[in-house]
Ligand binder design. Structure first.
Ligand SMILES: Nc1ncnc2c1ncn2[C@@H]1O[C@H](COP(=O)(O)OP(=O)(O)OP(=O)(O)O)[C@@H](O)[C@H]1O
Length: 363
């Protein structure tokens, strides 16, 4: 291994599996990304210069902020095939600015869904429908788990979804905005990236539920189908205008329950023609009738009317995944067996309840 980047020794590198802390040498290889709060680098870890662990994606965020501690707290407990796994964590003072940084070493995936969508659009294609099904199903399965724990991701978007296009595996990442929602406590409404913000967030609701993530799932599914963000508001309030073009304007009941004191624009003058079904058909025709039906049940104003993760997983749009366990990875002419989609834990089976048999393939 030839080092191109930084290397440093960190004390107290804690394994999230065993909880044991020890000194390790960290070798960084390349930058994977950077966001509002920190940078992500690919790195290997060694306790003795012989055994190497990795590659990991190490996210560095300034230590001792509320953001950081929530992200660590959530990643420490999250253990699911569709949620990025935290392997090690430690704090370390950066020699460049002498500040303390929290380091989260997570399993590393080759790409984000954003890049995967971009690969197709730059060649004037959209993702094959089978891939849309495979990825949307896994987002729903990750959400089934997170939401059952009360964890709301609050920033679902294609760049926060990691994929391995070769295996078809998908994992939700970036828990920097995530929060365990308590039913009686308000939360800030100014979260989530604009194009993916649920309508209740746009109108300033502070008692929202994990259903804001379901809106994000709908936006991500739609983006995979059409190759670009479904609702591209040029500024925060204009985001509602974009939504109104497809769904029609929000009604009084929605506003009453979301934020009765909202006094922003409502876009009640028709900005569209035809029925909602015709507009969805026009936008997402390539999803087929089942895909359109699913989107129409996910992209709805009332959060409680949006399908839950388990109802999404049970939707007939995913019957193909249950019947035919192969897919063609990008650039492959030979089919490949799909990743594990239905090997549910006892916890998942409990949440799926009576829908478990509908979600699982019938041999
Ligand atoms: N486990 C991982 N494997 C591979 N790449 C990753 C991984 N985690 C993060 N990345 C890359 O780093 C980018 C930023 O990571 P992340 O979203 O967690 O940081 P952030 O500071 O919260 O960013 P943002 O402000 O854009 O949300 C991701 O979009 C992705 O490209």
């Amino acid at each position: 291994m030839s080092a191109k980047y930084d290397q440093f020794i960190a004390n107290d590198v804690t394994s999230n599996r065993s909880n044991v802390a020890r000194q390790m040498l960290i070798k960084e290889y390349k930058k994977l990304g950077h966001g509002a709060f920190g940078t992500v680098v690919q790195a290997y870890l060694t306790p003795d210069n012989h055994k190497w662990y990795g590659p990991f994606a190490i996210k560095k965020v300034p230590a001792q902020t509320e953001y950081k501690s929530r992200e660590l707290e959530i990643l420490r407990v999250a253990d699911h095939p569709n949620v990025v796994k935290l392997e090690y964590f430690f704090t370390h003072v950066s020699p460049s600015d002498n500040k303390l940084y929290q380091h989260l070493a997570m399993e590393c995936l080759p790409e984000t869904l954003q890049l995967e969508i971009h690969r197709y659009t730059s060649n004037k294609f959209e993702l094959p429908l089978k891939h849309v099904k495979l990825y949307t199903y896994q987002i729903a399965r990750g959400m089934l788990y997170l939401h059952a724990l009360g964890i709301c991701h609050r920033d679902i978007k294609p760049s926060n979804v990691l994929v391995d296009p070769n295996t078809g595996v998908l994992k939700i990442c970036d828990f920097g905005s995530a929060k365990k929602l308590e039913p009686t406590q308000p939360s800030i409404s100014y979260i989530c990236s604009r194009f993916y913000r649920a309508p209740e967030l746009i109108v300033g609701c502070t008692q929202y539920t994990t259903q804001i993530d379901i809106w994000g799932l709908g936006c991500v599914m739609g983006e995979m189908l059409i190759g670009k963000a479904v609702f591209q508001g040029q500024e925060p309030l204009l985001q509602l205008r974009e939504i109104s073009k497809l769904l029609g304007p929000p009604d009084k009941k929605f506003l009453f329950f979301s934020n009765p004191s909202y006094d922003g624009p409502l876009f009640s003058k028709p900005l569209f023609t035809g029925t909602p079904a015709q507009r969805f058909e026009k936008h997402f025709g390539n999803a087929g009738p089942e895909g359109i039906d699913l989107l129409m049940k996910v992209l709805v104003y009332e959060p409680e009317s949006r399908l839950s993760p388990r109802r999404i997983m049970a939707h007939s749009f995913f019957d193909d995944l249950r019947k035919e366990r192969y897919f063609f990875p990008r650039g492959h002419t030979q089919p490949k067996y799909m990743p594990s989609l239905f090997e549910f834990s006892q916890f998942e089976l409990q949440i799926l309840g009576e829908l478990a048999s509908q979600v699982t393939p019938q041999e």
